[in-house]
Design a protein around this ligand. Structure first.
Ligand code: SF4
Length: 456
């Protein structure tokens, strides 16, 4: 009898997790702590006692989205659907002073490195206190940290480091996440083994600059050593590396990826621009020649590689000639995966002080021209996969109008890249995380379709 009463009085907590994969890991850790402290984690944030929104603040649009979400939750609070509201992460890390006065309905503001105290903070909030817990972001979790999964069980993000020591002139992330700090190799390996025991087939390594891994504790770049240890873990099928930084993407890292059977031949390396003038104004420590050689090195050492990159258009001072250099580079490099952002004015970034800020219309027009070019390239390049056989990790049943099941090849990270649709015999039942052999029969701008061969 007492058990039932206790369960009913459990405090229900709901989470809205915005932003990047690193922030998603923080959300999972926050909920892991709360679950361990006997809070009940609920899916529906509209029906909970305490709603938490983990925010993003790296560019204007992301801040606007975070504010919108907070405003929606304050409306639910006014309607009595939620009792308390906690705002966590990058937005309060930088802007809690303004937010405290602009959003008085919020019960707690918690910094990007302060969530380890979330259980105590919620206790104080429930006791009617307003809490502002925003310290210097120094925290980095370890393998023992409890985690509440917010992704499908067959893939997991593993944060190998947090923070960043670089000073790219357009970026305020180091002000939001702090300086670079790596987790020891044995600790990442221990977590990876636990995640794979719990069903993860794909481990996605993330950080602000994963190629800087280890520099802070042994003054050596140790990513190859970490990758080799992770590649030796039996139950893991795929290991994917995100957020490489051009300067540190060494041949040693590329050769380790090329010679490791579980590490996807997938290189995610934001290049941002190609014009040496722009790269210098962005404070990227590389020039045009370096970037050209880097792409050549990647394609030489990993012939079947899929390169994902991102570019910023409309950076202060970008001329038509700078932009045309970028168009020519994209035409020549034929990236498999490409994202483009318009330059976002950030008052706390050093680039905000530069002259030559560009009109929003011109920025949008350049983004459109570059994405249209990439669409043509991607459609053309995808044709070369017809007839080839790929391992496809199943995500689930294909949406209405599409054949069989939907999945991803090694060329596709979750949520950002393309999909492969696998036609299967009526009777075949597949589950998320299954890896099947699929022969490609057709291609589109960003997606592929194919026929199921076997599930080896
Ligand atoms: S590498 Fe540059 S863009 Fe990336 S998080 Fe660090 S400062 Fe920002």
């Amino acid at each position: 009898m007492s058990e039932v009463i206790e369960k009913e009085s459990q405090v229900k907590v709901g989470m809205v997790s915005l932003g990047c994969a690193k922030t998603l890991v923080d959300s999972e850790l926050t909920l892991g702590i709360l679950e361990k402290n006997d809070y009940k984690i609920v899916n529906d944030v509209e029906d909970c006692d305490v709603a938490i929104v983990n925010t993003c603040a790296f560019i204007h649009e992301a801040r606007a989205e975070s504010i919108d979400q907070i405003v929606q939750l304050t409306a639910l609070k006014e309607q009595g659907k939620i009792k308390k509201l906690v705002v966590l992460g990058c937005l309060p890390q930088k802007y809690h002073h303004e937010l405290e006065s602009e959003l008085p309905e919020v019960d707690a503001f918690v910094g990007s490195g302060d969530y380890p105290r979330i259980a105590e903070i919620i206790k104080e909030v429930q006791a009617g206190k307003k809490v502002v817990e925003v310290g210097k972001p120094l925290y980095l979790y370890d393998a023992e940290a409890p985690r509440f999964s917010l992704t499908p069980s067959h893939y997991k993000y593993v944060k190998i480091s947090e923070g960043c020591n670089h000073k790219c002139s357009f970026c305020i992330i180091p002000q939001l996440k702090g300086l670079h700090r790596s987790r020891p190799i044995h600790d990442v390996v221990e977590e990876a083994k636990r995640q794979s025991r719990e069903g993860a087939k794909e481990l996605i390594l993330t950080g602000q600059d994963t190629t800087f891994y280890g520099k802070d504790f042994e003054n050596k770049l140790l990513l190859p050593e970490l990758l080799k240890e992770l590649n030796a873990i039996d139950d893991v099928a795929w290991i994917r590396l995100l957020y490489a930084y051009p300067v540190h993407l060494s041949d040693r890292i590329l050769e380790t990826i090329a010679s490791s059977d579980k590490i996807c031949n997938y290189i995610d390396v934001p290049l941002q621009h190609i014009s040496s003038r722009m790269l210098e104004r962005m404070n990227r420590h590389v020039d045009k020649e370096f970037v050209h050689n880097l792409v050549k090195r990647i394609r030489t050492i990993i012939p079947e590689v899929a390169i994902r990159t991102t570019f910023i258009v409309g950076f202060p001072g970008e001329t038509e000639d700078d932009f045309n250099q970028l168009m020519d580079f994209v035409k020549e490099a034929k990236f498999e995966r490409l994202g483009v952002f318009t330059y976002s004015y950030e008052e706390f970034s050093t680039s905000s002080k530069l002259e030559g800020h560009i009109d929003e219309e011109i920025k949008k027009e350049r983004l459109h021209r570059l994405m249209s070019l990439q669409q043509e390239i991607s459609e053309q390049e995808n044709k070369r996969f017809i007839g080839k056989t790929f391992s496809v990790m199943i995500e689930g049943l294909a949406p209405k109008g599409k054949p069989g099941y939907v999945g991803r090849t090694y060329m596709d990270a979750p949520d950002v890249d393309g999909s492969t649709y696998v036609e299967t015999p009526e009777s075949l039942i597949l589950k998320p995380g299954d890896i099947v052999q699929c022969q490609i029969t057709d291609s589109y701008e960003y997606d592929l379709t194919g026929t199921f061969l076997n599930n080896k």
